[in-house]
Design a protein around this ligand. Structure first.
Ligand SMILES: Nc1ncnc2c1ncn2[C@@H]1O[C@H](COP(=O)(O)OP(=O)(O)OP(=O)(O)O)[C@@H](O)[C@H]1O
Ligand SMILES: [Mg+2]
Length: 647
C-alpha cells in the first residue's frame, strides 16, 4: 500500500488548538494571568501598576501600567504566538535580563478568554485598542489613552470547560493572586502597586526606597524587626537581603522569598544554602524568614526550564549553595556575637514614610482608601481583661499546708501503700500549694473540662510545685513530675477534638463583640476556613473591609488570646497551603486553640485545682509522651532515687 492511499492519523493541529494546549501550561489559574501581565508591565519599565479583579479574577483581570506601551504593529504582533521583543537569537536565551522571553503569554491568555488590549507608545499618535474573543480578533480601533498599556482579561477559560471546572472558590483564587502580588512587589520595591478586588482596595504600595521598606510595607514592623541584613559581592555570585535573626525564626515557611536576577524563583540549591547557613542555630520545626536577591551572570543560569519560568537551573549549583551557606553562616554568627554584647544589629532603623507619592494612573474604578496598609493592623479590643494570664484571681500565698494521710493505690504494680505522717509542700521559689481538701476554694472554670470525672487522681498524690510550673507527685513507683501547661493543653485538645467533631463545642459569648482587623491576605485565609472556625466555636462576621467581629469563641480560650490563635492558625495553614487535608487543618486549629487556652503555668492553682487537673489526665489515659513529642509527665523510680543517694 502506498503512503498516499493510507488514511492519515498524524495531523498538524490548527493554530487555535496549539494555542489552547500551550495555554494549559502557561495559564493554570487567574494568578498565572496576573503574573504574566504584571511581568510584562515590569519588563516595559512601568513604575506604576494597577491590578483590578472581579470575583477572584475569574470574571475580570485588568492590568494597567505606565510603561513603554506599544505601537500599532507591535500591539498586533504581541498577541501572536512566538512573538517577543525580548530575544531574537539562540544565544539570547543565555543572556536574559527580562522576566518574559518566550513570546507566548499573551497569545496563550487570549486563546482562553476575552481579551482587550489598549496601548500607547506615543501620545501624539494616539492609542490602539484590540479586542479578541478566544484568540480571534473581533475589533480594532483607535482611542485616547496615555502612554502605557491596559490589558483586560474577561471570562477566563470560557471556551475550555474542563479548565473552568478546576477553578477554585473566589477566596482561594484571590489568595493565590495576593501571594503572587507580594512576590512581585518584593521583587520590585521601586514600583508602586495597587490591587483592587470587587472595587475594594486590597493592596496599596507606594514606592519603596529599598527592600527593607517594602518588607515593612507588606509585612509590618514586627516582621522587619526580626530580620538582619545580609550581603555579599563577588564575581560568581552576589546577594543581598534580609533573613531571620537566629532568635526570631518562625514555625512556618511562609515568609521565604528568593529572587534570582530579579525573578522570583523556587530553587532547592539556594534554599538549602540558606538553611545550612543557620547550622546549629535552627531549632527543630523552626524556619527562617528570608528575602534574598541573588545576582549571577546570566550565562550561569538557565531560566528556560518550564513555561511558568519560576524554576531555574544553575550551571554549578553546588558552588552557589556553598557560597550562600558559607557567607550566611559567617554573617549570622557575627550578628549573634554582636547581639551577645548587647548591640542591636538586626536592622538600621528608618522612619516609616507616609504614603507620599500619588498614583497617577487613570482608571474607571474608584480607588477606595478604606483599608489600612498591609501589616499595620491593630486591634481595637474593647474591654480587655486586666487579670493575670489565666484570667482568674490569684490564690494568696499561705503557709505550707498539711496534707492528711491518704491511701494511694497503684494498679500497675498491684499493691497499695500508706504514706504516713504529714507531707509539707516543697520549699521552692513558688508559692506553696493551698487548700487540698477545702471544697470552698476556687477552682478556675477553665479546669473543669470533663465534668463527669472525679475530682482527685487515684494513683498520684500531689506533694508540691516546682517553680510555679511542674507538679511533683508521689506515686507507688517513685516521684512523678508533671507539666501543668502541657497537661492542660492536652486536656483541652481532647475536649475540642471530641466536641468539634460532634458540633457541640462549649461557647464563650461576648456581649460586645471583639473586633479584629486583619491583613487582607490573612482575612482571606480566615474566610476560607470560616466553616471550620464556626464549628470550632468562633462566630466570625465581616465587619467591613478586613475587620471581623467575633461574638463567640471556644471555651476555655480567654478572649484576649483569640488573636494569637488566628495568627498561629494562619501561619500553619499557609505553610501547608491547600495540600493539607481537612482533618489536618482541623487538628492544627484545635492545637492552636489549646496552646493559647492552656495556663502558662500553675502559679494560680490551688491543690484542689491541681488535683482536678491530674485526675482528668489520669482518667482520660493521656499518654505521658504525646505523639508530637511533648511530655505530659515522667516518673523517677524510687530505685533511681536510692541509687543517686548512694553515689
Ligand atoms: N504591558 C506591556 N507594555 C509594553 N509591551 C508589552 C506589554 N505586554 C506585552 N508587551 C509586548 O508584547 C510582547 C509579547 O508579550 P508576551 O508576554 O506574550 O511575551 P514575552 O513577554 O515576550 O514572553 P513570555 O511569553 O515569556 O512572557 C512582549 O515581548 C512585549 O514586547
Ligand atoms: Mg510576557
Amino acid at each position: 500500500m502506498s503512503a498516499m492511499t493510507q488514511t492519515a492519523k498524524v495531523r498538524i493541529l490548527p493554530e487555535s488548538l496549539i494555542n489552547k494546549i500551550a495555554a494549559g501550561e502557561v495559564v493554570e489559574r487567574p494568578a498565572s494571568v496576573v503574573k504574566e501581565l504584571v511581568e510584562n508591565s515590569l519588563d516595559a519599565g512601568a513604575d506604576q501598576i494597577l491590578v483590578t479583579l472581579k470575583n477572584g479574577g475569574k470574571d475580570l483581570i485588568s492590568v494597567l501600567d505606565n510603561g513603554s506601551g506599544m505601537n500599532e504593529t507591535d500591539a498586533h504582533h504581541a498577541l501572536e504566538r512566538h512573538a517577543t521583543s525580548k530575544i531574537s537569537e539562540e544565544e539570547d536565551l543565555f543572556r536574559i535580563h527580562t522576566l518574559g522571553f518566550r513570546g507566548e503569554a499573551l497569545a496563550a491568555i487570549s486563546s482562553v478568554s476575552r481579551l482587550e488590549l489598549t496601548t500607547c507608545s506615543d501620545e501624539s499618535k494616539g492609542a490602539v485598542k484590540l479586542r479578541l474573543n478566544g484568540g480571534v480578533l473581533e475589533h480594532q480601533g483607535k482611542t485616547g489613552f496615555p502612554q502605557g498599556t491596559k490589558i483586560s482579561v474577561e471570562q477566563l477559560f470560557f471556551n475550555t470547560p474542563a479548565r473552568l471546572k478546576f477553578m477554585k472558590s473566589t477566596a482561594t483564587e484571590l489568595q493565590h493572586i495576593q501571594q503572587l502580588m507580594q512576590r512581585l512587589a518584593m521583587a520590585a520595591p521601586e514600583v508602586q502597586f495597587r490591587l483592587t478586588h470587587n472595587q475594594q482596595m486590597l493592596l496599596k504600595l507606594p514606592y519603596a526606597t529599598d527592600q527593607e521598606e517594602r518588607i515593612q510595607q507588606l509585612f509590618g514592623e514586627e516582621v522587619r524587626d526580626g530580620l538582619m541584613k545580609v550581603q555579599h559581592q563577588a564575581n560568581q555570585l552576589s546577594f543581598e537581603g534580609w533573613i531571620s535573626l537566629p532568635s526570631k525564626t518562625k514555625s512556618s515557611r511562609r515568609l521565604q522569598y528568593l529572587f534570582v536576577n530579579g525573578r522570583h524563583v523556587k530553587c532547592p540549591a539556594l534554599n538549602h544554602g540558606i538553611y545550612d547557613g543557620y547550622h546549629g542555630l535552627l531549632a527543630k520545626g523552626k524556619h527562617p524568614a528570608f528575602f534574598i536577591k541573588v545576582k549571577v551572570a546570566t550565562e550561569d543560569v538557565d531560566v528556560n526550564v518550564h513555561p511558568a519560568k519560576t524554576e531555574i537551573r544553575f550551571r554549578n549549583s553546588q558552588l552557589v549553595h556553598t557560597i550562600l551557606a558559607d557567607q550566611l553562616s559567617r554573617q549570622i554568627h557575627e550578628t549573634s556575637g554582636k547581639r551577645f554584647f548587647g548591640r542591636e544589629v538586626g536592622h538600621s532603623p528608618f522612619p516609616s514614610r507616609p504614603d507620599q507619592t500619588e498614583f497617577s494612573l487613570p482608571d474607571s474604578l474608584p480607588l477606595e482608601e478604606s483599608l489600612p496598609k498591609a501589616g499595620l493592623g491593630k486591634i481595637p479590643t474593647g474591654d480587655v481583661r486586666q487579670k493575670d494570664l489565666t484570667g482568674f484571681p490569684k490564690i494568696p500565698v499561705s503557709p505550707a499546708p498539711t496534707v492528711s494521710t491518704k491511701k494511694v493505690s497503684s494498679p500497675q504494680i498491684g499493691s497499695s501503700f500508706q504514706i504516713s505522717g504529714s507531707l509539707p509542700s516543697m520549699e521552692t521559689t513558688s508559692s506553696p500549694i493551698d487548700g487540698g481538701e477545702n471544697p470552698d476554694l476556687d477552682v478556675p472554670e477553665e479546669l473543669e473540662l470533663f465534668l463527669t470525672l472525679p475530682a482527685k487522681p487515684e494513683n498520684f498524690r500531689i506533694i508540691g510545685m516546682l517553680h510555679h510550673r511542674q507538679i511533683l507527685m508521689e506515686h507507688a513507683e517513685g516521684l512523678a513530675v508533671a507539666d501543668t501547661h502541657n497537661i492542660h493543653k492536652a486536656l483541652i485538645e481532647s475536649l475540642l477534638a471530641k466536641t468539634v467533631e460532634e458540633n457541640s463545642v462549649r461557647l464563650r459569648e461576648q456581649e460586645v463583640p471583639l473586633l479584629l482587623e486583619m491583613k487582607a491576605q490573612d482575612a482571606l485565609i480566615l474566610e476560607l476556613h470560616q466553616k471550620l472556625l464556626k464549628q470550632s466555636g468562633f462566630q466570625l462576621d465581616s465587619f467591613g473591609g478586613t475587620t471581623f467581629s467575633i461574638s463567640t469563641f471556644p471555651f476555655p480560650l480567654p478572649k484576649e488570646k483569640c488573636e494569637n490563635v488566628f495568627k498561629d492558625f494562619i501561619s500553619r495553614v499557609s505553610a501547608f497551603g491547600k495540600r493539607a487535608h481537612d482533618a489536618e487543618i482541623r487538628k492544627d486549629l484545635i492545637q492552636c486553640i489549646a496552646l493559647h487556652a492552656a495556663f502558662d503555668n500553675g502559679s494560680s492553682l490551688n491543690l484542689r485545682a491541681l488535683n482536678l487537673l491530674i485526675a482528668q489526665m489520669e482518667q482520660l489515659e493521656l499518654p505521658p509522651l504525646k505523639v508530637e513529642g511533648e511530655r505530659l509527665w515522667f516518673m523517677i523510680p524510687q530505685e533511681e532515687i536510692f541509687k543517686r543517694l548512694k553515689d
